[in-house]
Design a protein. Sequence first.
Length: 482
Amino acid sequence: MSDSHDAAGVPLEPAATPGTPPVPAGSQSEGRRTHPMTALVQGGLWAAGGAIGLFNAFFSDEGFGVVRALLGLAAAVGGGLLIGLLAGYLRWRFTRYFIDGTEARIESGVLFRTSRRIPYERLQSVDIDEPFIARLFGLAELHMEMAGGSESRTTLRFLTLAEARQLRRVLLSRAHGAQWHEGATIPEEQRTVIAVVTPDRIIVGTLLSLDFLISAGTVVLLLVTGFVIPGAWALFGGIIPAGFWVVQIVGTRVIAQWNFTLSRGTRGLRIERGLLSRSSQTIPFERVQGIAVIEPFLWRKIGWQRLAVDVAGYGASAEEESGVSDTTLLPIADPQLARSVAEQLVPQSDPSGVDPIRASPRSWVFAPIGWRFRWVGATERTFLAQEGWIQRTTDLVPHHKTQSVALRQGPLQRWRGVATVEVHTPPGPVDADGRHLDGPTARAVALDQLNRSRAVDAPFVATAPPEDAPEIEGPDSPRVPD
């Protein structure tokens, strides 16, 4: 047998026939285990979960004393660590993964064995997450996203960070039909940095968000009221949920988006972010179904926008598992940068070049103020819909990504002679609806969008940034290795 290895460090056997990709030696019989430290990381996660659970119970039970709290904390951490170590060891002992010429396979289970197969042709993206405890040991988990199905995500825990990156390159290369020969290696993909959102900008943007101001103001108001008004101590009970609200906002927007870096490769965009836990997410160009340009009220005063993206296959399950929204394309951006990124993914989507079809004045009964800010329009390749006067949102949907079009008219709408046009995309932040348009106009818009979606057959391939694209924010070198 040859001494050649693939990019993940797995020895390769010669191809059975000329032109057939070689497969890892012994992959069908033995496979490979994850890192032995998986058990310790799992134990740490269980111990942290036990401590958090006890923390919640401490604030909800008035009978908790200091001694009982300390004993309970020790029991929760110790018990969680032991149970997690046992569960992690069993997971590591009975989990193997296989990489062969046609598919990746993960076999797991102690009593009931499960074999999860991921054909390369159905592999959509491969992401890397570094949970905080795993990151302390230099470990990461690999998320493999497949096309279709409610359980399209498969996770492999835990690998060294270098091994996870190498395995991602192997899987993505084979998913794109790369042919393999003995001694072949996978070159590192060179990516161009589009934007780096610095932590200070993320912090300022969070402080200027209305929900943060409301939550922080609620905490301050409850504290002041409790101390100033006699007998109002009961209001202190509301500080805990309001405080958790503040912590959640800070965790999801500051800690999770820390040092947010958006870069571009030949096959898609790469998003890297996180302070404590670090994630590396890949968005293939062809999976972008639409973009939402979000302008919160206070941000509009200083010209900031946020971009969210509809990605085929990303649903609520992916967000629940990672704990971070997978739909944020840019947490904060100047209009010029946001316009440049949106134009690369959704062509001809500039709202300034659209003749808007506005909501009917008869719809004021549904939104006395907001109806003036609702309109839809279309370019040769994109459908646009805008609404919102406190937080303005502009949804951009390529015509060839339109899944269906619906025309809806409730009894009150019939009374006012208006109707709503819905342009359907996969579940996500994009909600391209033309609300409360004049009845005949709404029907014409719906039929026109159906015709446009049928006429645009050729899928859009993302192009290089335009020459007038904004300067890169962040590192001096715009080229980074994979």
